[in-house]
Design a protein around this ligand. Structure first.
Ligand SMILES: NC(=O)c1ccc[n+]([C@@H]2O[C@H](COP(=O)([O-])OP(=O)(O)OC[C@H]3O[C@@H](n4cnc5c(N)ncnc54)[C@H](OP(=O)(O)O)[C@@H]3O)[C@@H](O)[C@H]2O)c1
Length: 250
């Protein structure tokens, strides 16, 4: 089965590093023109664009904070100006702060809800509001933690559980217009983000891996192919699916 995303425009949020970067590269390898969104890491986004263009693909880096409506409007305008109507959206940008429930601050709460949930709603709203949009695919990157409920993740996991719920509602609401909406649920993974928080190589990571049937952390490369599949016509009858890509941990 050949998967071809030729003539499709994709926006991948939070694609300057980690899982988002790899999904952007793999979508481009399948033929999509890809907008590599970032918030602070322009150099990382440029590296992703360079990797795509050196391999013969089309890509553009665009700075936007997904929690700001004006930024998201400008992100989609830049994508449309460069490559045409956006038909693939990967909502990957997110933050995660882990800690005991007693330590959760109101500021943490606002940032998580603004970026993880509102950011996802804003981009879905903007995709669906594009004039002349035909069929489209939205992939919301959530977490397998929404089904295995890790301690110290109450705030982060709660926002991702809300993303799962929004995915199911959006799938029902937008399905009649040919817009598919699915959630991809990574497991514990080795990324720039989890390295920066000291997780990779820690006793907590060893303990996490012991609960994974396939016996390892995920890597960004584990998530590109399932995202490409969900974006493509090969998944044309799949919507409202909550897909664990977590080595069997759920
Ligand atoms: N890694 C894991 O173990 C794991 C497990 C389950 C689920 N996930 C989910 O998988 C996704 C990617 O995780 P990751 O570990 O690859 O992340 P990461 O390495 O921490 O990278 C996060 C990305 O999100 C971007 N970002 C953050 N806030 C943003 C905002 N307001 N607007 C636009 N971009 C923003 C960052 O951009 P800049 O750096 O440019 O600011 C960066 O590109 C997330 O949704 C995460 O919740 C990860």
């Amino acid at each position: 089965m050949d998967i071809c995303l030729q003539d499709r425009t994709a926006v991948v949020t939070g694609a300057s590093k980690g899982i988002g970067a790899r999904i952007a590269v793999d979508l481009a390898a399948a033929g999509a023109a890809v907008v590599v969104n970032y918030r602070t890491d322009a150099a990382g986004a440029d590296r992703v664009v360079e990797a795509i263009t050196e391999a013969g693909g089309r890509a553009l880096a665009v700075r936007a904070d997904v929690s700001r409506s004006a930024d998201v409007t400008a992100l989609f305008e830049a994508a449309r100006d460069a490559f045409g109507t956006v038909g693939i959206l990967v909502n990957n940008a997110a933050i995660s702060v882990f800690g005991p429930i007693e330590a959760i601050t109101e500021e943490d709460y606002r940032r998580h809800v603004d970026i993880n949930l509102w950011g996802t709603l804003l981009t879905m709203r903007t995709l669906a509001g594009q004039p002349g949009l035909g069929h489209a695919s939205i992939i919301n990157v959530s977490t397998a933690g929404t089904t295995f409920h890790p301690p110290y993740g109450a705030l982060y996991v709660a926002t991702k559980a809300a993303v799962n719920a929004a995915t199911l509602v959006a799938a029902a609401e937008l399905g009649p217009r040919g817009i598919r909406v699915n959630a991809l649920l990574p497991g514990y993974s080795d990324t720039e983000g989890t390295r920066a928080m000291g997780f990779v190589g820690s006793p907590a990571a060893d303990q996490a891996v012991s609960g994974v049937p396939l016996g390892r952390l995920g890597t960004p490369g584990d998530y590109g192919p399932p995202a490409v599949f969900l974006a493509s016509d090969a998944a044309r009858f799949i919507t409202g699916a909550v897909v664990h890509v977590s080595g069997g941990r759920r």
